[in-house]
Write a protein that binds this ligand. Sequence first.
Ligand code: NAI
Length: 322
Amino acid sequence: MSELRFDNRVVVVTGAGGGLGKAYSLFFASRGAKVVVNDLGAGLKGEGVSASAADLVVEEIKKAGGSAVADYNNVLEGHKIVETAIKAFGRIDVIICNAGILRDKSFKSMTDKDWDDVFNVHLHGSYAIVKAAWPLLRKQKFGRIIMTSSAAGIYGNFGQANYSAAKQAVVGFSNSLAYEGAKYNITSNAIAPLAASRMTATVMPQELLEALKPEFIAPLVAFLTHEETKQSGGLYEIGAGKITAHRWQATEGVVFKADESFTPAAVKAKFAEIDNFDSPAVYYPTSMKDNDWLGKLEVAKALTTNSKGEELRYDGQVAVVT
Ligand code: NAI
């Protein structure tokens, strides 16, 4: 098996002063990448700023003979992080959107600030850096992006309404980037990691923490961002050496007649069938097109045929579906 290397590639890792971001930075540097180690050195709840977190990682990389530069900007100022990469290394190839904070509280006690702070770092921060880098990635016809989701984002979690909403949002963001980047050899994938870090230190027993080294997440991140990897629009859960791919599953569904018989009571009568994931007819839609509704639904037929039953065509028109 030949080693996957990143020579001459410039990798930006946000929130890389500790935890997973630090593990990624050290790994990429050990495989020849030039690394921008971004971290404002915030506390777990986003409080405080200290340059030293990023500096220490850069120092460690340099000591091992690697190449890295520290960046202390808040991810909300993504354009400044991109500027750091361009100034130091002249380009940007890989973006690992990793910076994160927690503001865990039951929804009842969650403040607007708890909500906004979490969305700012996870979602708007990821947006800001990708938005600034996007024209450069398109121009050079190469880019590799990782969005960091979470099991909480996939499944929801008690006390994490803000965090899980933001973590699901980055999956949708990643999936759309995968579409828009395809023509330009830009890929985007989302990961939901599980690793021992200060983020999990308070919620896991010690033995488990030791089995969950952040270093064990780096192989997937590096594979997905390698120049030979074309995989895009994926979502992977990873922890303690196990990687699983995720996709949506839909039931066969029920088609109602588009007339006055389509009532809440009719939905009630058929709900067990609507919700039946045990049927062999379940399927796995991978895009909006896979829903096959236009062929099946009475409502859709009404929209696509005129009163004579002739097909209505929309060629050349732009449709906006909200
Ligand atoms: P961590 O707290 O050790 O690292 C996060 C880093 O982000 C910190 O060094 C912090 O200073 C930095 N940061 C925070 N706000 C920032 C901002 N505005 N600008 C720049 N840097 C900022 O946490 P960990 O565990 O390494 O998490 C990394 C990512 O993985 C996060 O997005 C987290 O939500 C996600 N994650 C981690 C899991 C785990 O098991 N450790 C589980 C699921 C998701």
